[in-house]
Write a protein that binds this ligand. Structure first.
Ligand code: PEP
Ligand code: MN
Length: 353
């Protein structure tokens, strides 16, 4: 059940609803609706007499199974990290190496992506590798370098957390917690980051349906952490021509289903350096709130994901085009010239009538 309360609702109303739910043995929670009001979600329904409290605007007994993530009754969420707004209308650029490989290389990469126009620095300290014999990341040492890069460049940082036990440690260093594709359905991890007070970037599972992805977002939000950002990073297709299939259809679809910001990752989504730019721009045109890109000064030498890592010059070009496209899309429409002559075949058909 979803109960939407007016913006001038007495505090007692939401407390009465939450108490009534608890007394009925039902879990309930409240969150702002983004318009000054409050949304109360209850697992199951409350009896009608409980709903007599003042200030109730609407009551929905049937709704999406992800009431907190759903766009129903909610304004678009803007996640603020430092002075960067994600979902605020200006596409955000998150960029950096796949893995943090050392202090000097990370600092060099951080300054290079900053100079290319990135807003947020990415870099993995805990790496989910397909092979147990591949480089697994520098762990806490890498997190320390990430924090130093933030200090030097002023950019907030995002990094992956893979296990519930790592969440406190990663929170000490990171501004955004990344949940990777392989962990989208790791419910203990989702519950744990739901208790954290740091934004969470939730990547789509490579074989996950949109409703499953939104249910994972709901896990995080149900824990009280409403700062969730969705990231489309490609799904498993049948064609090995690209590493994954970047599903850009989800951008306008998610706009209808959820109020959460949406980021596109064309690096993992394609696996091919030369495709990163075009697909990043396509993501922005589809309406994404930002892009997430692997970039560093020596892409060929990257220990992980070298084939999809771009250099800072290419990133600079993508950032400039991203800004231009986003301005063009919000500019007033130029009226289409009306006087286009009818094609010849149409005229001859009309004559034949
Ligand atoms: C990454 O961002 O480097 C990463 C491992 O991403 P994904 O979980 O999408 O594979
Ligand atoms: Mn990677």
């Amino acid at each position: 059940m979803i109960i939407v309360l007016e913006s001038d609702v007495p505090v007692g109303s939401s407390v009465a609803l939450l108490d009534a739910a608890r007394a009925a043995g039902r879990a309930a929670r409240s969150m702002p609706d983004g318009h000054g009001g409050l949304v109360v979600t209850v697992d199951g329904n409350l009896p009608d007499d409980v709903l007599a409290v003042p200030g109730i605007r609407t009551v929905e007994r049937s709704h999406k199974p992800y009431p907190l993530a759903s766009a129903e009754h909610r304004a678009q969420t803007v996640v603020t990290v430092g002075d960067v707004e994600i979902g605020g209308g200006r596409p955000v650029v998150m960029a950096g190496p796949c893995s943090i490989e050392g202090r000097d290389s990370l600092l060099r990469a951080a300054h290079a992506v900053r100079a290319a126009g990135a807003d947020i620095l990415r870099g993995g300290a805990f790496k989910p590798r397909t092979s147990p014999y591949s480089f697994q990341g520098l762990g806490e040492e890498g997190l320390r370098y990430l924090a130093e890069a933030r200090e030097q460049t002023g950019m907030p940082v995002i990094t992956e957390v893979m296990e519930p036990e790592q969440v406190d440690l990663v929170c000490e260093y990171a501004d955004i917690l990344q949940i990777g594709t392989r962990n989208m359905s790791n419910f203990p991890l989702l519950r744990r980051v739901g208790e954290a007070r740091k934004p969470v970037l939730l990547k789509r599972g490579m074989s996950a349906r949109v409703d499953e992805w939104l249910m994972s977002a709901e896990y995080v939000m149900a824990g009280g952490n409403h700062q969730v950002i969705l990231c489309e990073r490609g799904i498993r297709g049948f064609d090995p021509a690209t590493r994954f299939t970047l599903d850009l259809t989800v951008v306008p679809l998610l706009r209808q289903l959820t109020h959460l910001p949406i980021i596109i990752d064309p690096s993992h989504g394609t696996g091919i350096r030369s495709l990163v730019g075009p697909m990043a721009l396509a993501g922005v045109v589809a309406g994404a709130d930002g892009i997430f890109i692997e970039a560093e000064p020596n892409p060929e030498r990257a220990t992980s994901d070298a084939a999809q890592t771009i250099d800072p010059e290419t990133l600079r070009d993508i950032v400039a085009r991203t800004r231009m496209l986003s301005q063009a899309m919000s500019a007033p429409l130029v009226p289409v010239v009306a006087a286009v002559p009818a094609p010849e075949w149409e005229l001859s058909l009309a004559a034949a009538d």
